[in-house]
Design a protein around this ligand. Structure first.
Ligand code: IMP
Ligand code: MG
Length: 368
């Protein structure tokens, strides 16, 4: 997998497949255009590599020139094609073969054909290395097609994503990241555990609670668990690296997961960076930090109420409760700021029925 700017691309068409396609296309050109002294017109920038490969395989008299048309921004083809630049040759009465790297909607070649016909060419033929039939909107017949490809965004072999990727000798396709990875936050008593359970079912996510992961690894004396325990036993904090390695192992255990709910991690900016790195190595990202928001007084009341039956000593004392809430906000503030900068922070009202809150969370998740 490679990264160009902000996007990830995975290998799609190997060099030998591309070569074979150009071999065939070129041999058809050689067969058809044996004595017409064609002028090949490469459409820059994308077609440069294709043009040189075709030239190496065309064994009759010919000329070659290059023109430039629309600039192409991002991954969606622009519909307004600008004017032709760079043509010095007189093409009237000539056989012109337009060499394109890719035909997508067909807007570009439509424009080019019109321009060249206006110049009085006797014949205008189209040869394209790649063709996306599903995206094509024109009736114009393409004379020579190297390879038909599905409607995906590709780079390499001359094709770019915002300027990058043209020098790749094989073709890559945009990696589709369909994962929903949530970093779930909520103050004590906000019902985070309950909601995590519901969301996990509803969206088929894997819930990774750092506390559970620690307990599991220590209990089963895994290598990482034993390592973590050695720090805990000395009264030291477990280094982030150990924690992240445990989380990584959890993620790897679920290769088919539609996404993960991270609970209890990250707690610091450095950990948030590590999590981003971990997910990036799987071709994914944190989709959102979702934080349940509940007024402090409501939390205090809920926890005191819970303390009457739960027997948890930390639920019984109002001072202890207030301090836990404060610790939560101190930690959360850093991460809230971190994810807000990336437009990934979502605060969700955590007061109401369980199903009501799930609805609110869902309306956030559904937009991700
Ligand atoms: P069309 O006018 O929609 O046929 O698009 C033609 C131009 O869009 C090509 O010459 C490319 O510059 C660009 N393009 C279309 N699809 C892709 C792609 O998958 N990757 C990179 N560029 C593309
Ligand atoms: Mg092009």
């Amino acid at each position: 997998m490679i990264t160009l700017h902000d996007l990830k691309f995975i290998p799609f068409i190997a060099e030998d497949k591309i070569s074979a396609a150009i071999d065939e296309l070129s041999s058809n050109l050689t067969k058809d255009l044996s004595d017409s002294n064609p002028i090949f017109i490469g459409v820059l920038n994308g077609a440069f590599m294709f043009v040189s490969e075709v030239m190496k395989r065309f064994h009759h008299e010919c000329e070659v020139s290059f023109v430039k048309l629309a600039s192409y921004d991002g991954t969606e083809t622009t519909s307004n094609v600008t004017k032709l630049i760079g043509l010095q040759e007189d093409v009237s009465g000539r056989t012109v073969v337009i060499l394109e790297d890719i035909v997508d909607t067909g807007n570009t070649i439509e424009e080019l054909i019109t321009i060249f016909k206006d110049k009085g060419c006797s014949e205008v033929k189209i040869a394209t290395l790649f063709f996306k039939p599903e995206a094509y909107t024109k009736d114009i017949k393409l004379d020579y097609i190297g390879m038909k490809i599905p409607n995906r965004f590709i780079v390499g072999y001359g094709l770019d994503y915002n300027g990058l990727g043209r020098n790749l000798t094989e073709v890559y396709q945009l990696k589709q990241d369909n994962m929903t990875n949530l970093v779930l936050f909520g103050p004590p008593g906000a019902g985070k555990g309950t909601q995590a359970e519901v969301l996990k079912q509803k969206y088929d996510l894997v819930h990774i609670s750092t506390g559970d992961v620690f307990r599991y690894n220590i209990k089963n004396a895994t290598e990482l668990g034993t390592l973590a325990k050695s720090y805990i036993d000395k009264g030291q904090l477990v280094p982030d690296e150990v924690t992240i390695n445990m989380l990584n192992a959890e993620v790897d255990k679920n290769p088919e997961a539609k996404g993960f709910i991270f609970d209890g991690f990250p707690r610091t900016e450095a950990q948030a960076d590590s999590l981003a790195e971990l997910l990036s190595s799987k071709g994914s990202t944190v989709s959102a930090m979702v934080a349940l928001e509940v007024d402090d007084e409501v939390l205090v009341q809920r926890l005191l109420e819970r303390g009457k039956t739960s027997g948890r000593p930390d639920d019984a004392d109002e001072g202890v409760i207030r301090n836990r809430i404060k610790v939560y906000y101190d930690e959360t503030a850093i991460l809230k700021n971190y994810y807000q900068k990336q437009d990934k922070y979502y605060g969700v009202d955590g007061v109401g029925d369980i199903s009501e809150i799930t609805e609110r969370l869902s309306s956030v998740i559904d937009t991700l």
